[in-house]
Design a protein around this ligand. Structure first.
Ligand code: ADP
Ligand code: MG
Length: 527
């Protein structure tokens, strides 16, 4: 059988043709989000299948919502999602840089440079950039962390909201930071987000401890209790549910009552066990029988039922408690400690606040409508991601395209020392990095070429030790020192954006054959 008949149900493009089509797909994707880059970027209106709408200028949100079928476009979207996971920002940048790398590679291919040669040159360029980036970094103070968090929110919501949320996220990151071991860790999932409708965005606040919209199971239980032991049950304290095919033979009038008494006795025993363990606070994922509420209160236990599993997990991390399946299996080792547990009424809704040693934090998102609250939550989430990674790696770079231009300038000089054709690829790579300031200028209504020339001039006129700080400030529309202007970004964002973009571009360059199954494949007939 010939090749053609084996692949009769497959569309196939090979060689240059495949590369051209793949690069076209990458460029189409990047042009869809190009206008969102930077503080002057525009928003996109996203409408999902059920007609729900969302306006955003977040690259990864746009890409993940769009139903893109092209496999190469999906590879770029994937790079953007990875960027979001690792650095929590820089998602638009990654796609733009990657597509520009491919675009420039295509020019070299048409001049007869082999894609694998370009891929090799790109790898060399990436390695050089990663090293060079380290010489550009600034150690972040607490103020700098706030500035960088604000920069990452640029273009999202209004200014008062950005300032407020950036400040809260830096505070939250500090509360949950674990700096005891050699490497500092700040896990943003340790911050609980609770929404509360009403009020304005700047009423959003941070509460130390974990806050749940819950009420203690009995009004008579004390509203507020001081330090004590907590038990978390991943189940409930309930009567056994009767299986539907279970039969109870009632032979005399007392049987049913004694069955009930026996059950209640078993529940009461569990309360006694809790008391002997020294539990003063109890939270169950499932129910707690109404008939033992008073007994729990008499035993000095403040109790909560139907607590979501996620919240139990947060409690367990904050209090150092182990989740147990039921009371019978609980031991003293499973207990955790808390500093205070109290109930407060907010907007006529009862809230339960637990303060713990390990210091969890809850962000209360406020806003007039659910859309506004949603935006506040997303903005806070982004800011918190950046604030947390700055605790883990407190190194910053100048924003506004400064770092990209500085890298491009050095890379070109470095390329001159490479004798092979890789030199061409390294130059193409340097050109691709400049897409960031070019698009920032374009979106601010400035001429991209003039802006680029201006930044390059200001970098070469400055002293060597600060030349890489000069970039475009879109607020003043001038090329100035970004560190003085407070436009700073975490190193991790830029480093990951460059690596992710290179990774995606190189893997797309390596493809020389695209086999695409036709959707309505037919079974070939036997001869
Ligand atoms: P991404 O999805 O890649 O994070 P953004 O739309 O958030 O894209 O834009 C980030 C870019 O905007 C960064 O390169 C950052 O340096 C730049 N930026 C932020 N504030 C300013 C500013 N005031 N002037 C110029 N550039 C800025
Ligand atoms: Mg961003």
């Amino acid at each position: 059988m010939s090749d053609a008949s084996i692949l009769s149900d497959t569309e196939r493009t090979t060689g240059r043709d495949a590369l051209r089509k793949n690069i076209q797909a990458a460029l189409a994707l990047s042009s869809a989000i190009r206008s969102t880059l930077g503080p002057r970027g525009l928003d996109k209106l996203l409408i999902d299948d059920s007609g729900r709408t969302l306006t955003t200028n977040d690259g990864v949100t746009v890409l993940e919502t769009a139903k893109v079928e092209h496999p190469v476009a999906k590879m770029l979207i994937n790079a953007s999602s990875v960027q979001d996971k690792i650095a929590r920002d820089g998602t638009t940048t990654t796609v733009l840089v990657s597509a520009e790398m491919l675009n420039n590679a295509w020019h070299l291919v048409t001049q007869g440079v082999h894609p694998s040669m370009i891929a090799r040159g790109y790898r060399m360029a990436e390695e050089y950039c990663r090293k060079e980036l380290l010489s550009f970094t600034i150690d972040a103070t607490k103020d700098d962390r706030l500035i960088a968090t604000q920069t990452s929110l640029a273009g999202k919501g209004h200014e008062a909201m950005r300032m407020h949320l950036a400040r809260l996220s830096v505070e939250a990151a500090e509360i949950i930071a674990d700096t005891q071991s050699d490497v500092a860790i700040a896990d943003p999932t340790r911050v609980k987000v609770l929404s509360q409708s009403g009020g304005v965005v700047t009423d959003s606040k941070l509460v130390t401890g974990l806050v749940l919209a819950k009420k203690r199971i009995l009004e008579a239980m004390p509203k507020k209790i001081g330090a004590g032991n907590v038990l978390l049950i991943n189940g409930g304290i309930e009567r056994r549910a009767m299986a539907s095919d279970m039969k109870l033979n009632v032979t005399s009038t007392g049987v049913l009552q004694s069955f009930r008494d026996k059950e209640l006795e078993m529940l009461t025993q569990q309360v006694e066990q809790l008391q002997s363990l020294g539990v003063t606070l109890l939270a169950c994922r499932e129910g707690i029988d109404d008939d033992i509420r008073s007994a729990l209160n008499d035993a000095g236990i403040q109790a909560y039922r139907r607590v979501a599993r996620d919240d139990l997990d947060l409690l367990s991390r904050g209090c150092g408690a182990t989740l147990v399946h039921d009371v019978k299996h609980a031991t003293a080792q499973d207990l955790g400690a808390f500093i205070e547990s109290r109930n407060e009424m907010w907007n006529s809704v009862s809230h339960w606040i637990v303060e713990t040693e390990e210091g969890g934090a809850t962000f209360i998102a406020r806003g007039s409508t659910t859309d506004v609250i949603g935006e506040v939550e997303r903005c806070f989430g982004d800011a918190l991601g950046v604030a947390c990674q700055l605790i883990e790696e407190p190194l910053l770079l100048a924003g506004g395209g400064a770092t990209y231009i500085a890298l491009a300038r050095r890379l070109r000089r470095h390329g001159e020392t490479i004798p092979g054709r890789e030199q061409l690829a390294i130059e193409a790579y340097a050109d691709a990095l400049e897409i960031v300031p070019r698009v920032l200028a374009e979106n601010a209504g400035l001429d991209p070429i003039n802006t680029l020339l201006e930044i390059v001039a200001s970098q070469s006129n400055a002293n060597d030790d600060i030349s890489h700080y000069f970039g475009l400030n879109v607020d003043t529309r001038k090329s100035t020192n970004m560190v003085d202007d407070g436009i700073l970004e975490p190193l991790r964002i830029t480093r990951q954006a460059i690596s992710g973009a290179t990774e995606a571009a190189v893997s797309i360059l390596r493809i020389d054959d695209v086999l695409w199954a036709k959707t309505d494949a037919v079974i070939p007939e036997m001869d």
